[in-house]
Design a protein around this ligand. Structure first.
Ligand code: MG
Length: 249
């Protein structure tokens, strides 16, 4: 079931989103060679709990940490660890979920660690560009396929493929709810978008082939052919006009 949110409920999600956005900014400033992903996780948890909120991911289906940190060919769901340290030339996707007074917000971005190759910089930017293309169709009266097709086309223009096994999602009182927001599809198809829908739109791209597999830890999703991956996400509300990004500081 797709739940439509009132203006008041969207305002609550915006408050959760502001915390999530602030966490991502703070973590972005910490990213440098030698930092462990556990240090990033600890900082995130501190900011979230000091804001009176909870990390949405911690304990979700048994996920053990507060953020996901996914390096290079890892797409999503990387588990922060003391043993995993960022290295010069890595790209790292940081995904943050915040729950404030029962309302969730979800945000992600991919960061450069030190100096990265031009090819990797292009991959990182491609995720953001495809999000922005998809966002143009996040309006009442459009169809889900309009968002999906725009993301897929933008990724292809940048020479990337989109991961198909993982998709964006509705979000609200639960972290993941209906509808699915695929990063591939056909314009003019799928459900019609309505005011009050709140969606986590999150392109997950590969520089190579789009197939993925899950690592032995049961969580970390990697590109099967070992190509690098980028990820960009915001929580967005559909309105009767411009889409509203809820994950802004
Ligand atoms: Mg998400």
């Amino acid at each position: 079931m797709i739940t439509l949110k009132s203006r008041d409920e969207i305002l609550k999600m915006r408050k959760a989103g502001a915390i999530a956005a602030r966490v991502l900014i703070e973590l972005g400033a910490m990213i440098r060679p030698g930092v462990s992903t556990l240090e990033l996780d600890k900082a995130a948890e501190r900011i979230i709990t000091c804001s009176g909120a909870k990390p949405s991911f911690k304990g979700y289906n048994g996920f053990p940490k507060s953020i996901c940190a996914s390096i290079n060919s890892e797409v999503v769901h990387g588990i922060p660890s003391r043993r995993i340290r960022l290295a010069e030339g890595d790209i790292v996707s940081i995904d943050v979920g915040v729950c404030l007074e029962g309302w969730h917000a979800d945000i992600a971005d991919t960061f450069a660690v030190g100096r990265i190759s031009g090819e990797d910089a292009k991959l990182v930017l491609a995720a953001k560009k495809s999000f922005q293309e998809g966002l143009k169709y996040a309006r009442e009266g459009m169809r889900m396929g309009d968002i999906s097709a725009a993301i897929e086309a933008a990724a292809a223009r940048e020479g990337c493929t989109v991961v198909r096994e993982l998709v964006g999602h509705g979000i609200g009182r639960t972290l993941h709810e209906e509808p699915n927001v695929p990063n591939f599809g056909n314009a003019g198809r799928g459900i019609r978008l309505k005011e009050g829908m709140t969606l986590a739109i999150e392109p997950m791209l590969s520089a190579g082939k789009c197939e993925v597999k899950v690592q032995g830890d049961g969580w970390t999703v990697v590109v099967a052919d070992g190509s690098k991956s980028s990820h960009y996400e915001h929580t967005v509300a559909i309105t009767d006009g411009e889409p509203e990004i809820l994950t802004l500081p």
